[in-house]
Design a protein around this ligand. Structure first.
Ligand code: ADP
Ligand code: ADP
Length: 223
């Protein structure tokens, strides 16, 4: 089964009001296991709305969502939250690392919260940091790291629980072009090393071209 299947999703805001807006109008999208898909769309086209629906943070008005082959419609809020925590990793333009904790601790915390023993969680966090080339900064707090290093640590944190699906919204949008290039390469290395599937929204066509497939979101549909 697919890592993600969005089937004929519609979603609007402020229904029935003067400010009503139809954002998604029958958007369908599949991400195969191990596939990395670029989602390209102009600002305001509904990328965040689509990613939130795919990550079970929001519900569609109509249409079906299947995550790892599992039909999500009809699940309780609690079951959706559990499925999201177990199966989805999120990466944003801004990293949201916890400032009081070291890079290593930031990566560890979600695993400890999931009941992974500390020693095992630490070893895994170290090896993830090593994969993206920031293991030498493991003991430093985020403020002591460069922007690119902070974002690499955020990638490790999002992937520490080994989710099947990574959802990323402009993961390098906050970085200068040269740093963005390196940090994106690090992200792809992580994704390939863990065999996960990913849907990555970006405005950067050069980065999009390095993914397995590009889809466009236009007029509420996926092309
Ligand atoms: P993108 O991520 O592609 O910039 P969004 O999914 O954030 O697009 O937004 C798509 C459209 O939906 C925009 O016109 C935005 O203003 C509108 N929108 C998004 N969220 C809400 C909301 N909670 N209430 C009302 N309108 C919203
Ligand atoms: P960039 O130009 O890539 O943003 P910086 O000039 O911010 O990088 O940092 C270069 C190196 O110095 C990086 O390895 C970074 O981790 C380190 N560094 C930056 N600020 C601090 C700090 N306040 N304390 C310790 N190390 C720092």
């Amino acid at each position: 089964s697919e890592a993600l299947f969005l089937d004929q999703i519609t979603k609007g805001y402020n229904r029935g009001k003067a400010s009503a807006v139809e954002v998604l109008r029958g958007a369908s999208l599949q991400v195969a296991k191990g596939e990395v898909v670029a989602l390209v769309a102009p600002s305001g086209a509904g990328k965040s709305t689509l990613l939130h629906i795919a990550g079970l943070l929001d519900t569609p008005d109509e249409g079906r969502v299947l995550l790892a082959g599992r039909e999500v419609n009809g699940l309780s809020d609690r079951a959706r939250t559990e499925l999201r925590r177990a199966d989805v990793g999120f990466i944003y333009q801004f990293h949201h690392l916890l400032p009081e904790f070291s890079a290593l601790e930031n990566v560890l915390i979600p695993q400890l919260a999931n009941g992974v023993p500390r020693r095992e969680a630490e070893a895994q966090a170290q090896s993830l940091l090593q994969l993206v080339g920031v293991d030498h900064r493991a003991g430093h707090r985020p403020a002591a790291l460069s922007g690119g290093e902070q974002q690499r640590v955020a990638f490790c944190r999002a992937l520490a629980n080994r989710p099947g699906l990574l959802l990323a919204d402009e993961p390098t949008g906050n970085l200068d072009p040269a740093t963005s290039d390196q940090v994106f390469a690090a992200l792809m290395q992580l994704v390939r090393a863990t065999g996960m599937s990913a849907l990555i929204a970006t405005h950067n066509l050069e980065l999009a071209g390095r993914m397995d497939r590009i889809v466009r979101l236009e007029a509420g549909r996926v092309l």
